[in-house]
Design a protein around this ligand. Structure first.
Ligand SMILES: Cc1cc2nc3c(=O)[nH]c(=O)nc-3n(C[C@H](O)[C@H](O)[C@H](O)COP(=O)(O)OP(=O)(O)OC[C@H]3O[C@@H](n4cnc5c(N)ncnc54)[C@H](O)[C@@H]3O)c2cc1C
Length: 603
């Protein structure tokens, strides 16, 4: 079987770089230890090898489709949901009281990286079921919890996140799906949702759609949105099930992730679709953010993992493909100088190092976010607030960077295969098609960038950014102590100044209420800031690797640690300098994209 991820890198990031084992001192995780964490990761790898990776190409060749009122997807899903239920995978991080295993998010997300790298078409089905059940666990009544959670975490019922409507994608304030209170206490739901991932398939008996809708008479905009549990089949008083008047009417045919169904749902055609309110009316979007934030980390992880698998495929190819001669031997075409493997060409090595630098640091950032999420759950007071603020700041970056840069990484991987990369017989084209969606769903890159610059940076008077800078300075000081890393520490300190310069220039616009000018280039700000945040992840990895080498630590071999330091150097030479171009654009006084809606558009 081809290699699709690296267990050593995953464990290095978890236990050396992010010291995830520190979480074990919290009472919540008292039932876990280092051994059990390793066993869980190893068993995820076995599961991925058996049931995920072998079906990756097939799920693309045999995509989900709609026929006779039903969505059909690959048969492996039946086994996956059953296996996930038996392994306790779907509720792994839930409280024991809600039927979960109180697993640290750090561990669950690390295991998810293994599954996503093996086959990115499958884990979303499970992740959405987890997210939907967790939303009910957090905000639902005891009755809702009892009715829905056990079957969801047993893998019998699937969960979805139903937000998008034809006229309401990025802007959820325009949702029109309606909810009318019935005398019996439930709501009658009417409307339609499009692009609903995992919204129907044969792998489970029932679906639980966590649906945003507007109660009749509710205020306009986001303040009038409520959250409902809307099952496909409802449970009657006598425990029998009946059809709940919500059905799939189509499955969207897509360029990638073709094995992951994407469904058009219609609610209440016969005015008999029952929805059960979660929490209070008009607070739906607020509740839904719990699921959306988790899903943003999940999408970042899917992107990082998809690009990781592509990296290992192109690496393998580069080690096997003879072509051309080494630069110093060019021209000596006689038989005395044979072809060299393409991995020996500097340009191919550059593309490989580029991929490695993107995928490993993306994974590192996602594991840092996972640890922050665990700390937020376990801590109290200021520690809780600080980890929450930092997580909020990093979430749009952790979603966007792997999605955008992972795509470019895969594109480089495809280039390494030359003409074969473009052919359907090789998987690189599939990885490239699969990752394309990740900068679109769960909030496009444009929307994530507005969130970063418009909400997360100004929140609490910029406290989250100060916390980030504090963490960066801590790493910078550690790197300075390790002499060989000192120049890179200096380089990263300069980058903090670049973020500050950009904000000094932009902030006055926001203070004057000129948000159009403040946010017009939010995506360029995202590009610059995420590049720097990834530079920080690389310096952290280099500090861990250099310390291990200095201390003679031999968890991994010397070459492994040296490769981390070399990739950090690569990132600092080839990628980090690109922030200067972003800064120049951000500080430029020409306003070329601003709109005067009265005037004709010049295009
Ligand atoms: C395969 C797939 C799976 C999906 N799964 C789900 C799911 O499970 N549940 C669900 O509810 N939805 C799902 N979606 C929907 C997805 O979240 C939306 O497609 C996405 O949020 C964008 O909305 P839209 O397609 O309407 O594009 P639009 O909102 O019309 O955006 C079009 C373009 O305009 C830009 N834009 C829009 N508004 C602004 C703004 N204010 N400022 C700057 N730029 C802006 C966007 O960045 C984008 O580039 C899925 C979509 C797909 C394709």
């Amino acid at each position: 079987m081809a290699r699709y991820m690296c267990m050593d890198t995953l464990k290095f990031l978890l236990f050396d770089v992010h010291q995830t084992q520190e979480l074990l001192s919290y009472e919540r995780f008292a039932d876990y230890d280092l051994d059990s964490m390793n066993i869980i990761l190893d068993s995820a790898k076995t599961w991925a090898d058996q049931d995920f990776y072998p079906f990756y190409r097939e799920m693309d060749d045999q995509p989900a489709y709609f026929k006779n009122g039903k969505v059909h997807s690959h048969h492996i899903l039946d086994k996956i949901f059953k296996g996930a239920g038996e392994k306790g995978w779907i509720g792994s991080y839930f409280d024991y009281d809600d039927g979960g295993n109180q697993m640290p998010h750090s561990l669950a997300n690390a295991a998810n990286h293994i599954l996503e790298s093996a086959n990115n078409h499958i884990p979303g089905y499970l992740g959405l079921t987890s997210g939907a059940a967790h939303l009910i666990a957090t905000f639902g009544t005891q009755d809702l919890k009892k009715k829905f959670i056990p079957n969801m975490i047993a893998g019998k019922w699937g969960g979805t996140m139903a937000l998008t409507e034809p006229q309401s994608g990025s802007s959820l304030s325009d949702i029109i799906t309606s909810a009318k209170l019935a005398e019996e206490g439930y709501y009658l739901i009417k409307g339609q949702k499009i692009f609903i991932s995992g919204g129907d398939h044969q792998g489970v008996e029932n679906f639980v759609h966590l649906t945003l809708a507007r109660i009749q008479g509710a205020p306009a905009g986001t303040k009038g949105i409520s959250l409902f549990v809307v099952p496909k089949h409802r449970l009657n008083e006598d425990e029998s099930m009946s059809y709940n008047d919500v059905c799939a009417v189509a499955d969207f045919q897509k360029m990638g992730q073709r094995g992951y169904s994407t469904v058009h749902l219609v609610y209440g055609e016969q005015n008999d679709c029952h929805g059960y309110l979660v929490g209070e009316p008009n607070k739906g979007l607020q509740y839904m953010f719990q699921m959306m934030n988790g899903a943003r980390i999940d999408v970042g992880m899917t992107a990082a993992s998809t690009a990781t698998a592509a990296y290992y495929h192109s690496l393998q190819y580069a080690k096997e493909r003879p072509q051309g001669r080494k630069i110093q031997n060019t021209g000596k075409k006689d038989s005395s100088v044979g072809q060299t493997l393409i991995i020996n060409h500097p340009d191919v090595r550059r593309m490989l190092l580029f991929q490695k630098s993107i995928v490993e640091a993306s994974l590192s950032l996602l594991l840092e976010c996972s640890k922050l999420s665990d700390i937020t759950i376990c801590e109290e007071g200021e520690n809780k607030e600080n980890s929450h603020l930092l997580l909020e700041l990093l979430t749009p970056v952790a979603k966007t960077y792997p999605s955008e840069m992972g795509r470019i990484a895969i594109n480089n991987g495809l280039q390494i295969l030359g003409g074969y990369g473009y052919c359907m017989d090789f998987p690189l084209q599939q990885y490239l098609r699969d990752i394309r969606i990740m900068s679109i769903y769960e909030g496009t890159t444009g929307i994530q960038s507005l969130d970063l610059l418009g909400r997360k940076i100004p929140a609490n008077n910029g406290k989250a950014l100060q916390l980030l800078f504090k963490n960066m300075l801590k790493t910078i000081n550690l790197a300075k102590e390790l002499k060989s890393l000192s120049p890179y520490a200096d380089e990263l300190s300069k980058k903090i100044n670049e973020i500050q310069k950009a904000l000094e220039y932009l902030a006055p616009y926001a203070l004057q209420g000129d948000y159009e000018n403040y946010l017009a280039d939010a995506t360029i700000f995202m590009e610059m800031t995420s590049n720097i945040i990834i530079g920080h992840q690389w310096l952290k990895m280099a500090v861990s690797a250099q310390s291990a080498l200095n201390n003679g630590k031999n968890t991994f071999d010397v070459l492994f640690y040296e490769s981390k330091i070399q990739t950090m150097k690569f990132y600092f030479k080839y990628e980090l300098p690109k922030t200067k171009a972003c800064l120049e654009t951000l500080l430029h006084s020409d306003k070329l994209t601003m709109v005067d809606e009265e005037k004709e558009i010049i295009f």
